[in-house]
Design a protein around this ligand. Sequence first.
Ligand code: NDP
Ligand code: BG6
Length: 466
Amino acid sequence: MTLPLSTQPEADALVLFGATGDLAKRKLFPALYHLERTGVLNVPVIGVARSDWTDDGFREHARDAIVAAEAHADAAVIDPLKDRMDLIQGDYADQATWNELRDTLDRHGSKNAVYYMAIPPSMFPEVARRLASVGLNQRGRIVVEKPFGRDFASACELNQTLASVFPEERIFRIDHYLGKESVEDLLVFRFSNTLLEPVWNRRYVRSVQVTMSETIGVEGRGSFYDGVGAIRDVLQNHLLQVVALLAMEPPAGSDSQYLQDEKAKVLAAMQAIDPTEVVRGQYVGYRDEPGVETDSTVETYVAARLEIDSWRWAGVPWFVRVGKGLTEAATEAVIEFQPPPRLLFDEAGGPPPGRNLVRLRLGSQDGVTFTLQAKTPGPHLDSQDVDISVDFAAALGERSSAYERLLGDAIQGSNRRFARQDVVEETWRVVQPLLDEPGPVHPYFRGSWGPAEADRLLEDGDHWYM
Ligand code: NDP
Ligand code: BG6
């Protein structure tokens, strides 16, 4: 597999809308530091926000954000980056802000900027239109943060608005999971290992479970989260992107277009989720979080059963779970294989053999574990689980963060790790019934695995693998 092809020329400026915000502070400035260190970022960085900060105040803010994230931040990297940073102070509703931005880019001789929207989603359409009002849509690409819409209709509407201003190949929709090495590895793992492909289908796979569990709660983002919930925050985007990568057919080539085509196909084959096959939960104490309504019914947990009506997957249940305030921080996909057709070794009284599993760890401890069966020592022909496991950090070394990779891609002009319009719309179609008919929300305690009601989604005698 070759490296992603750039579809756009390299950028000559980075414009950061929302440069004084939380995302910029926690993720974007640390990512810029790494891109500066590796020589990918050698362009002016122009922040745009309302806060009445001086250029120097902005540069110090960026420096502090980098130092807070990087234990051994190198001043020799930070200083030249700071020297190329400026802040345009102004409201997006004020045309003067846009004239100043255009003039600033002209001064830098910019012909091809990246416009990064680290701003409230409600502002995406206005900012896109305002860019067009000063002709900046003619010379650059736009990077849109999630959430991309609130439901199927608003996502389609937003796509139409953006499409009226930028062509699709210059719209980069961020889903930071697509920037994770471990998530991208799903492609390599599936399509570079001949061992797997023959069994990666309904004939051999009994079920698939994908879990994204967080121990943290809403962490000061209560007012944002209470308007969103787990379905919109992570199920519609991060989780369904992971499911698409696990379930799709091999792309015709390494070009971005082929990859997006296969994702769109498998998502189109996914049934819209049946609300009776869903359990929503809310951790006890959520309603006391700052910014959360005291009678909120917004979910901090959701588990659902998905069905994919493709030749490869028809009849195989896919179980997905996401939640905050759970017992473990992990993102995992577990592929459970069918039992052997005949149990040769089931001696009377012995335990039935366990199942073969492939456990793909996609979170911070990323790697893969195969669970196989081996003979239990002793007189009987009983079997027991044995694990063959690889820890990717130990085996492959440390990798770059998702935001560093995605910002680097945006600057270098590769849209392969971003989400295409039709793919995003399919994911909203799949979750739309849950938004229309959310059903009850079950309380669960922090530090648990979520509401026990989620067990009813599984087949009789089955259990969640984490
Ligand atoms: P914040 O509320 O912290 O920041 C919003 C930014 O937008 C601020 O810089 C603010 O400027 C600027 N802004 C808002 N309104 C205006 C306006 N009318 N004119 C000019 N500037 C304006 O939001 P976040 O950083 O948390 O989120 C940004 C985006 O990133 C959102 O789409 C969010 O959903 C997404 N996101 C955030 C994540 C996170 O962890 N924070 C994670 C994943 C996605 P000022 O404060 O100076 O007024
Ligand atoms: C973000 C969600 O997109 O992803 C957060 O808005 C969530 O609520 C975060 O905590 C999880 O990302 P990661 O990379 O820590 O798994």
